[in-house]
Design a protein around this ligand. Structure first.
Ligand SMILES: NC(=O)C1=CN([C@@H]2O[C@H](COP(=O)(O)OP(=O)(O)OC[C@H]3O[C@@H](n4cnc5c(N)ncnc54)[C@H](OP(=O)(O)O)[C@@H]3O)[C@@H](O)[C@H]2O)C=CC1
Ligand SMILES: O=C(O)[C@@H]1CCC=N1
Length: 272
């Protein structure tokens, strides 16, 4: 697939819209080659003004596209698959699903076609081309996996994983944005309590988190190596870190992320 490909995003809510914006911003796709659908068409008006095609007709959008990105909630998926099943064609279409908790085989079965389905799990940082995107194509051709990897590499880092690890990737990377943002919020509140205005504390906390992440991304190695460089003997950092650990900091993150991972694998079968 090249930038001549046409993409239909069926179900353009938070994530679908950010994918469209990211692909356009990266230069991977011209907005005119992307069709966005949702039932409430008025909510897509701002994207129309940016050059995207908008529609509330999933069937027409699917017919026109080469790549169909499924972007609805898990509980909304069957309705969309029922609509497009008659028009999807294995010789023309590649199905990409960003939907958590629904396997590629289940989608294939529902479509009742021998069509390739690749699971993709981006995060909202795709809007600024900084997504960590996991891709699983256990039943897809190498060529199509490479194609999808190339597309999502333009909007951040793309990694191919086995499909059985998709729930874990969802929790760590996609939900992860919310988890790490919450840590920034908490740090900001601490900064305000110590005397900074909120906007100052937020800028300080955000840049500090960015620096911590970039230390690992650019220099590599284990976080503890960098932590050792910060914790002066008898210093304030180790005092703060140990207090956090006494209060369950690492444990809370591990428990929260693994619970999210369990939930991501069972979204349609659990009510809680
Ligand atoms: N949000 C995130 O960070 C991430 C989300 N995901 C996955 O992406 C999917 C969407 O999540 P999110 O964007 O947060 O959810 P949203 O509710 O924001 O988006 C879903 C969109 O689908 C539209 N929709 C529902 N039914 C139909 C239909 N029959 N035809 C066309 N459009 C329809 C809805 O609009 P309308 O009601 O107007 O039709 C809505 O805008 C989920 O499956 C989620 O698991 C994956 C990774 C990250
Ligand atoms: O919360 C959710 O279920 C979706 C999937 C990952 C991010 N948002």
């Amino acid at each position: 697939m090249s930038n001549k490909s046409s993409i239909a995003i069926l179900g353009t809510g938070n994530m679908g819209a950010y994918i469209a914006l990211g692909l356009s911003k990266s230069g991977m796709c011209d907005p005119a080659s992307i069709t966005l659908t949702r039932r409430n068409l008025d909510a897509l008006a701002e994207y129309k003004s940016q050059g995207f095609n908008i529609s509330n007709d999933n069937v027409a959008a699917a017919k026109e596209a080469n790549i169909i990105i499924l972007g609805v909630l898990p509980q909304q998926l069957n309705e969309v698959l029922d609509q497009i099943a008659p028009v999807v064609d294995e010789s023309k279409h590649l199905i990409v699903s960003i939907i958590s908790g629904v396997s590629s085989v289940d989608i294939q079965k529902k479509l009742n076609k021998n069509i390739e389905v690749i699971r993709v799990m981006p995060n909202t940082a795709i809007a600024i081309n900084q997504s960590m995107t996991c891709i699983a194509g256990d039943h897809a051709s190498k060529e199509n996996i490479e194609l999808v990897k190339n597309i999502f590499s333009t909007v951040g880092v793309a990694m191919v994983i086995k499909e059985d690890l998709m729930p874990a990737a969802t929790a760590l990377c996609s939900s992860g944005i919310a988890f790490f943002l919450r840590t920034i919020r908490a740090a900001t509140e601490a900064g305000v309590q110590m005397g900074f205005h909120s906007h100052e504390a937020l800028e300080m906390a955000s840049q500090t988190v960015k620096g911590a992440a970039d230390l690992l991304i650019q220099l590599g190695g284990h976080p503890e190596v960098q932590i050792d460089r910060v914790t002066s003997p008898k210093g304030c950092t180790i005092a703060g870190l140990n207090e956090m650990e006494h209060n369950g900091f690492s444990s809370a993150l591990i428990k929260g992320i693994t619970l999210a991972g369990q939930k991501a694998g069972n979204l349609l079968s659990q009510d809680k």
